[in-house]
Ligand binder design. Structure first.
Ligand code: SAH
Ligand code: SF4
Ligand code: F3S
Length: 439
């Protein structure tokens, strides 16, 4: 049997896309391998949200030159967000002529045909569409996990935060029909999935533009009663669109997890303005307090960018201040990375690299101490954990997550527990995970 190897960078959108690539490859008769050397087709699914994501891709493509020499029939395909940027595809073709196929995010479903074209061509086949209005349903998919599934509910983004490349490479917002989503989730439940994560760059604006009158809270309501699905997660929520209805849905719908990923990006209203985020520090704080009040025990996680152009010490202190006030359960922190084609790229006052790093370390220290404090509150408590599989860090342990999204390493190697929600007593809290025993 012919074999394929896929490497994926970037967010869960890309992960789901790679699961579709796997599905199409399987339908074409290929089987997966985790060893590039034995692959007949290698796919790199790329991300360009920050510069270092791109650099990794170039390094990885370059490293395939020898392999292709030894194995002339090897198909090398490069796809994903990075390919949607101007000139990137052409540059790759020039610099790495051994790449067989380059395609973008809008024609993923054409992959089998594109591979065929590439196999018949001596030159690099490039097919990148600028945009697309259609949503293609029914693409085959092979998922990473058999317990939890990613389900994209909307594509693209309309928000144009001034630092962000995503709307430029993923196109305008498009919501899937609710019935298609309901059907997919039902099918997942039928084959044993217990948890779904609804994906979109801004799930809170789900439903805009559909002929049917529905919002994100309404979709959650439709999905909440799917027999067999015990947990519904979603990401990402944009604070500017977080509705009262969503807060109530989180409070009232039993299968919707008590966890929200609500990127704040900065605590300074001045910087938020420059970022085009459309909310203030006070508005965010207000939302966080409302969520905590209405959904007791909720965990709030976030994304923060350090060193946006023009960020002063004062602005940064505002970020530290809101982090202390909200007490995030955890956060992804990023050093601002200028992205060509975005408005922030052209702002002259870039923050000095050393200062950026200093601020970054200070923020991470603060987040770590809060994270540990929040996790400590779980010690000696009994929590429900959906067991996902084997622990990555410990042999002979299983891992899963609480409703609030905390990673728990569970002291048992009873694999029959995989896919089940069990009671676990937390014995030890670490900064970014919990240890526990089944009870
Ligand atoms: N749609 C989601 C996330 C998109 S990208 C949202 O709006 O929250 C994930 C995260 O990458 C963003 O939340 C942001 O914190 C970060 N990010 C995006 N562009 C960036 C850039 N140019 N430099 C550094 N971080 C960036
Ligand atoms: Fe990027 Fe902003 Fe859209 Fe998120 S909401 S993908 S940060 S433009
Ligand atoms: Fe995701 Fe990166 Fe694209 S964050 S949407 S894979 S640019």
């Amino acid at each position: 049997m012919k074999k394929y190897f896929i490497e994926t960078w970037g967010c869960q959108m890309n992960e789901e896309d790679s699961e579709k690539l796997s599905g199409m490859l399987k339908a074409m008769g290929y089987e997966v391998t985790d060893n590039k050397k034995e692959a007949d087709i290698i796919v790199f699914n790329t991300c360009c949200v920050r510069e270092n994501a791109e650099l990794k891709v170039y390094g990885n493509i370059g490293a395939l030159k020898q392999l292709k020499k030894k194995k002339p029939d090897l198909v090398i395909a490069v796809c994903g967000c990075m390919m949607q940027q101007e000139n990137i595809a052409e540059n790759i073709r020039k610099k790495y002529p051994f790449v067989s196929l380059i395609f973008g995010t809008h024609n993923l479903h054409k992959f089998p045909q594109l591979v065929n074209n590439a196999m018949q061509s001596q030159n690099t086949v490039i097919e990148v569409l600028e945009s697309s209005d259609e949503i293609v349903e029914g693409v085959p998919i092979v998922r990473e996990s058999s317990v939890k599934a990613l389900v994209t509910i909307m594509y693209g983004c309309n928000n144009f935060c001034t630092y962000c490349i995503v709307p430029h490479v993923r196109g305008r917002e498009k919501s899937r029909n609710p019935q298609d989503i309901v059907d997919e989730v039902r099918q997942l439940a039928q084959v044993g999935y217990k948890e779904i994560t609804l994906l979109g760059q801004n799930v809170n604006s789900y439903g805009r533009g559909l002929s049917e009158e529905i919002d994100f809270a309404g979709l959650l309501k439709l999905l909440n009663n799917t027999e067999g699905i015990e947990r519904i997660r979603f990401m990402t929520s944009h604070p500017k669109d977080l509705s009262e209805n969503l807060i109530y849905a989180m409070r009232d719908l039993c299968n919707v997890c008590k966890h929200i990923h609500l990127p704040i990006q900065s605590g300074s209203t001045r910087i938020l303005n420059l970022m085009n985020r459309k909310y203030t520090k006070e508005k965010y704080l207000d939302l966080a307090l409302r969520l905590k009040k209405e959904v007791p025990g909720i965990s709030i996680t976030t994304d923060i960018i350090v060193g946006f152009p023009g960020e002063t010490e004062e602005d940064f202190n505002e970020t530290l201040d809101i982090v202390k006030q909200v007490e995030f359960d955890s956060a992804f922190t990023f050093l601002y990375s200028p992205r060509p084609g975005t408005p922030a790229y052209d702002i002259k006052e870039q923050v000095d690299e050393n200062i950026k790093h200093e601020r970054f370390n200070k923020l991470v220290d603060l987040l770590n101490s809060i994270g540990l404090k929040k996790n400590k509150a779980y010690e000696n408590k009994i929590v429900k954990v959906l067991i996902e599989g084997l622990s990555k860090n410990y042999e002979s342990k299983l891992m899963g997550r609480t409703d609030t999204g905390k990673l728990v390493n569970v002291n048992t190697d009873d694999k029959s527990l995989i896919g089940r929600v069990i009671n676990v007593k937390i014995t030890e809290a670490l900064t970014w995970s919990l240890n526990g025993i089944p009870v």
